[in-house]
Design a protein around this ligand. Structure first.
Ligand code: ZN
Length: 656
């Protein structure tokens, strides 16, 4: 049997994982050898008889676990982008082992005792040392044996409940589907869509997507069908209310064990927000204007409908108003958004103007799927910077949405240059060019903003490389990159008809930008309501049990001043997967927190002449290149020259 490709560093350029050689049977042995090697390395660090120094403790920890790191990076990337039954089995088997592995490092008393004695005067080292201390304390390193035992119990029960919550939700998507017998009730859908919903028993079933306002509500003309669909949506997986309440109580207990008044305080302590007061102050500034805006929009929609509208009417009538007022038609735009051209003449073009970088395809370097393209990225002076991989198409074995991840973390410690990957979920045409919607173009620019954050990383240690920044900061650089989508010089360069090469007509461009502020009251309120709901659950004090979760939810929205009758939260408690089935508890505020910095930065670019090389250089030097190697807000201040202000965001969302 050939040697396991994870046991030694890849020999490919930039240490790109050797996907052609990796087979499923390599993963488990590589994970296990990787964990064993790292444990031995950690034991040597913890058991050293030398006095603890930054190099023999923190830097040594950074150097540990190379096999595990290579394996996990490739595996979890594949698990998201190109999964299989075998990969899913491995994931189920290895996940609890990985949790135990990281616990056994973070709860190692000898190691923790040494970390506490390390001192350093170098600012980058000091910042990393502080990160390590926070990580260990937050994982329970300072607790007594009894407390650590209780912590492990809490973690285990929370992880079990979170799986239950997720599985109930998965089932509800089809079990709580809207079922109709008469296809006439689906009036508003295209015939091909209706046909695709037909079941074996002759009925038609419309599955639920995981948020409140189902997209179908904007098309279905039958008001009673809309109401039924809406009620199914908000009432799905009712058993999850009790699970959520139990999880909130356990999280509050865990926070108390770790010395925090509540779970939200625990979560934000290592974010840029730092305190619950800072988050509440920002949200407080948005609620009033957003509610007033939504109220105005509701009146306008009632005018269009001829009666006071209900939550299930909003998407339908707002679509009517949008068409009437902006004549916005996605299908008229798509011929101008051809995938390859959007990248070459839009995304790469803008990056060239701003940062001087160039891109050259490397067909000799393979991805994990034939559709993955590999580009080598060069600096202005021709020196090599890293690799950018693009996996644009939807596949049955790929998770939904769009995201960026690293395949190799940049670090000076290992002399490694970055390899980053962008995933999109664009439908692959049977033949001919791939034409994108406007939303897909925006998503492509967004994900490429994350890619630049990874590519420009210029830090010493892998722990703080590229996008390894707090969750309430990471969306900021990617949101900024969206500003170039409609920047005239960029748009004129890429938005050309795929057959004629004609530029997009001026009136289409105008419609594109005019429709941007439309329906912002609704969007902001549904987002803020979900955020404030997340917040209410995680501000609960330890011991404060919630018996009736639905009543708690209603009271929380009322108290926060965000209870708009026609606009329900984007997620109700029972299907709020971000906070009960993945890592965003007390963190849903992050999106708008990042957007404050984003709006500030967009304003800075505009004040300074926009798409200019020196502007890009400043943003890159002060912000993108720093990764998580310093306090992110101080990087922002160096870039912007002042503390962030909320006004640019209010202006952008039409809330000023
Ligand atoms: Zn993002």
């Amino acid at each position: 049997m050939a040697e396991n490709p994870f046991f030694a560093p890849s020999t490919l350029p930039y240490e790109l994982p050797p996907f052609a050689e990796i087979r499923e049977e390599h993963y488990l042995p590589a994970f296990r050898r990787g964990m064993a090697e790292q444990l031995a390395e950690v034991e040597a660090i913890a058991g050293s008889t030398e006095p603890p120094t930054f190099d023999n403790t923190i830097a040594a920890l950074e150097r540990s676990g190379r096999v595990l790191d290579r394996t996990a990076t490739a595996f979890f990337s594949i698990a998201s982008s190109n999964s299989s039954d075998g990969i899913m089995e491995i994931e189920k088997e290895i996940s609890p082992e990985l949790t135990r592995h990281s616990d056994s490092i973070r709860l190692d008393r000898a190691l923790w005792a040494r970390i506490k004695q390390v001192t350093t005067s170098d600012p980058e080292e000091a910042w990393l040392l502080q990160k390590y201390r926070e990580d260990f304390i937050r994982a329970g390193a300072d607790l007594s044996e009894t407390e650590q035992a209780r912590l492990r119990e809490l973690n285990e029960e929370l992880s079990r409940l979170s799986t239950e919550f997720a599985q109930a939700l998965l089932k509800a998507a089809t079990e709580a589907a809207l079922v109709v017998e008469d296809p006439a009730e689906l009036d508003g859908f295209e015939q091909s869509r209706i046909d695709s919903l037909r079941q074996d028993d002759g009925t038609y079933a419309l599955p639920l997507l995981n948020f409140t306002a189902q997209p179908a509500l904007s098309q279905l003309t039958n008001r009673d069908v809309r109401r039924r669909l809406f009620e199914l949506s908000v009432g799905r997986a009712p058993g999850n209310f009790a699970i959520a309440a139990r999880m909130a109580a356990l999280r509050a207990e865990r926070a108390a064990l770790l010395g925090f008044p509540d779970h939200a305080s625990y979560v934000v302590a290592d974010q840029t927000a730092k305190t619950v007061e800072a988050v509440e102050e920002m949200l407080g500034q948005l609620v009033g204007p957003a509610v007033r805006n939504a109220g105005r929009e509701a009146e306008e929609l009632a005018g269009q409908a001829g009666f006071p509208i209900e939550p299930w009417d909003w998407p339908y009538y707002s679509e009517q108003v949008r068409k009437a007022r902006y004549d916005f038609d996605d299908s008229a735009m798509r011929p101008y958004f051809e995938l390859e051209r959007v990248y070459r003449d839009g995304i790469f073009f803008a990056a060239g103007k701003l940062y001087g970088v160039t891109f050259s395809e490397r067909p000799d370097l393979g991805g994990y799927h034939p559709d993955v393209k590999v580009f080598e990225v060069f600096e202005e002076d021709g020196s090599a910077l890293g690799l950018f991989l693009l996996d644009p198409y939807a596949r049955a074995n790929k998770r939904g949405g769009a995201w960026m991840n690293n395949l190799v973390d940049q670090s000076l410690l290992f002399g490694l240059r970055p390899v980053v990957l962008n995933n999109l979920n664009v439908t692959k045409p049977a033949s001919g060019p791939t034409l994108l919607t406007y939303d897909e173009v925006t998503t492509a620019f967004h994900e490429f903003g994350h890619a630049l954050h990874g590519l420009f990383s210029q830090v010493r240690f892998p722990r703080v490389s590229g996008t390894s920044v707090p969750r309430d900061f990471v969306e900021y650089p990617s949101q900024v990159n969206e500003m170039w989508v409609t920047w005239p010089e960029v748009l004129a360069n890429y938005a050309r008809h795929h057959e004629t090469g004609e530029p997009m007509p001026a009136e289409l461009v105008e419609k594109l930008t005019a429709a941007e502020k439309f329906n912002q009251g609704f969007k902001t309120v549904e987002y803020l309501a979900a955020t404030l709901l997340d917040w209410a659950w995680h501000r609960l004090a330890p011991g404060q049990e919630v018996a009736d979760a639905e009543a708690f939810e209603a009271a929380a929205l009322e108290r926060a001043g965000i209870a708009v009758p026609q606009v329900r939260p984007r997620y109700r408690t029972n299907y709020f997967a971000h906070i009960f089935a993945s890592g965003y508890s007390a963190g849903y505020y992050s999106y708008i927190w990042s957007e404050v910095l984003d709006a500030e930065s967009v304003e800075w670019f505009k004040e300074n002449g926009g798409l200019r090389r020196e502007n890009g250089e400043h943003f890159r030097r002060e912000l993108l290149s720093r990764g998580g190697s310093l306090d992110p807000l101080s990087a922002f201040r160096s870039f912007r020259g002042r503390e962030p202000r909320i006004e640019p965001l209010l202006k952008r969302r039409g809330l000023d």
